[in-house]
Write a new protein. Structure first.
Length: 245
């Protein structure tokens, strides 16, 4: 595992962006599966700027996503809304393919079947994931099997609270279920990128990097992957016992 310690969020965002830039420059037909949320807001800003300045060319690149809330697509908190407001609607040139799940479906299994075909057709060169405060990856909450595949997941209370805070939602507005890629799906990517920022993620970072590999900390499975880049700022790294540079 390649562990990168950054001074702060701005540096973390820059390093995360550089990994995407390198991935695309090495393979313009790269398949990149990404996540959303505060850990990657800065990264997307840098990526939009680079694409619009022709520093990064994505017309042959595939972009797909990790998960989606069960909700109408136009809700403010959906992955669909995030990706359009922070990325797709801001770039002058589009990827060759955009793959987003549809959480407004009345038939979750049919949507799971459809998106499994997307994942099959576009094996991931780079998988971008966020780390939940309870150690979850995507919506794979503690206790989820390491063998999990794309499924409909119920969110833990800590995840619901994080969504409520980040999206400025009331309890009644906050979604409680997600369609999500499973841990086995995530582990199939050639390269996995994780970025974690802030003191509230410190315990999850410690459990992921220095704890035992078990399903109570889903992210601990990353210790078994041959090519993970884990970026963290000083606050997120504050509980680690080993030294990282």
């Amino acid at each position: 595992m390649n562990i990168i310690l950054t001074k702060d969020y701005a540096e973390l965002s820059k390093v995360a962006y550089q990994i995407i830039e390198e991935t695309i420059k090495n393979n313009q037909k790269a398949s990149i599966n990404t996540t959303t949320g505060a850990s990657y807001d800065g990264m997307f800003e840098l990526l939009v700027e680079a694409i619009n300045q022709d520093k990064v060319v994505i017309d042959q690149t595939v972009f797909t996503n990790l998960d989606e809330y069960i909700a109408k697509r136009d809700q403010s908190f959906t992955v669909y809304t995030y990706m359009h407001e922070k990325f797709y609607d801001l770039i002058k040139k589009k990827p060759s393919y955009i793959g987003l799940m549809d959480g407004s479906t009345t038939d979750p299994q049919a949507e799971i079947d459809r998106y499994n075909e997307v994942l099959k057709n576009y094996p991931r060169d780079l998988q971008i994931v966020g780390l939940g405060v309870n150690g979850h990856l995507a919506a794979n909450e503690p206790g989820t099997s390491f063998d999990s595949r794309l499924f409909l997941a119920d969110s833990d209370d800590s995840t619901i609270q994080s969504t409520m805070s980040y999206q400025n939602l009331s309890p009644e507005e906050t979604p409680t279920q997600m369609l999500t890629m499973g841990l086995a799906d995530i582990m199939e990517a050639k390269h996995i990128l994780v970025a974690s920022s802030g003191i509230r993620k410190a315990q999850a970072v410690k459990d992921t990097l220095e704890g035992p590999i078990n399903e109570e900390c889903p992210a601990s499975i990353l210790q078994n992957h041959p090519n993970v880049t884990f970026i963290m700022d000083e606050a997120a790294a504050s509980l680690l016992e080993k030294e990282y540079r």
